[in-house]
Design a protein around this ligand. Sequence first.
Ligand SMILES: N=CN[C@@H](CCC(=O)O)C(=O)O
Ligand SMILES: [Zn+2]
Length: 409
Amino acid sequence: MRLLIRNIKTLAQVETGAERKSRVYGQDMGTLPCLDDAWLYAEQGMIHSFGTMDTLPAELQADETIDASGRMVLPTWCDSHTHLVFAAPREQEFMDRIKGLSYEEIARRGGGILNSARRLNETSEEQLFEQALQRLEAVIAQGTGAIEIKSGYGLCTEGELKMLRVIRRLKEVAPIPVKASFLAAHAFPPEYKENHKGYIDLIIDEMLPRVAGEGLADYMDAFCEKGFFSVEETARLLEAGLKYGLKPKIHANQLHRSGGVQVGVQYNAISVDHLESMGEEEIDALKGSNTIPTLLPGAAFFLAMHYQPARALIDAGLPVALASDYNPGSCPSGNMNLLLSLACTQLKMTPEEAIHAQTINGAAAMELEQQLGTIARGKKASLILTRPVPSLAYLPYSFGENWIERVIV
Ligand SMILES: N=CN[C@@H](CCC(=O)O)C(=O)O
Ligand SMILES: [Zn+2]
């Protein structure tokens, strides 16, 4: 299949140099390389060539030609943090929070993640797969071109394996890359409430060997948080994961300054995610590390918490990523277009910074930066074609409007 898109008003996030970017840091995030009045040619799903219309080769033959007059083309979104496999929504807790209960209180009363775990363990693999596939198709239609999905609602060996097998099936059928993270350390199940060591032993001695044995996970995750997994417990889990080749990618500093960022950096995590609760020490720890600070403003929005300090992280020269955190408790939306608006309005990121954070830096937070995240020769032709729009800034500006005409993955 050969595809030619011509008369593109703006082809955004292009890479023209010989060297590939692996991520974009700090103030460089403020500039988005674009070509106006452009064309793009793809063959067998890969970007073959692109340029400005005055350079379009006359002999180019295509099976499909799109006239993109007035429209923009961007790389698809890379959503590096989701909990897309779950059994049921939790709108009752949403109502409880409206009435004044906090997310932490709901969790202490056995709701929250434990509520999702009960429901998941009552649901068959087949049903979970069908529901998750529908959600995946819906987010692809909203522009997501790569996604990471976590386990973490099983909280027992069979439940965790069931979730990871669902993710494996999604990998097999999805038209986009899917990465899997093993998150048994999401909450302590009730029977281990007073025996944390017992649950961590179970994860390390029983679950991990089976997860690794079946090749079910790419990354090791843990919810490093007050009332959940301590720094010491997280360290033990990350070390165990590394022995099986699972690189860390963790939940850190959502509700408190938990030490999660520092322990993630210590174990060379691919990313530390959430970061609502940050100070200078955490930012210093990230400087000079390879760990990507991944911000999840959808969760801060939905839980009405304070937002992540994106400006301070960018000013510190860090390669900030944005991800949806799609899950039934803290962010029941995987819409990356809405996230773009939140990043600009609440985190005070510029549209250019937010686009870097949702494309190349999101790709890097899943180790997919060689395949996705920019418009570059040899990368996947994974593209968002907009409707006619006046400018790039219009995309986050017109929040809630569907400005996507077509997603090509
Ligand atoms: N905070 C931890 N985990 C998820 C939410 C899980 C849930 O509430 O179901 C998150 O990233 O926000
Ligand atoms: Zn999460």
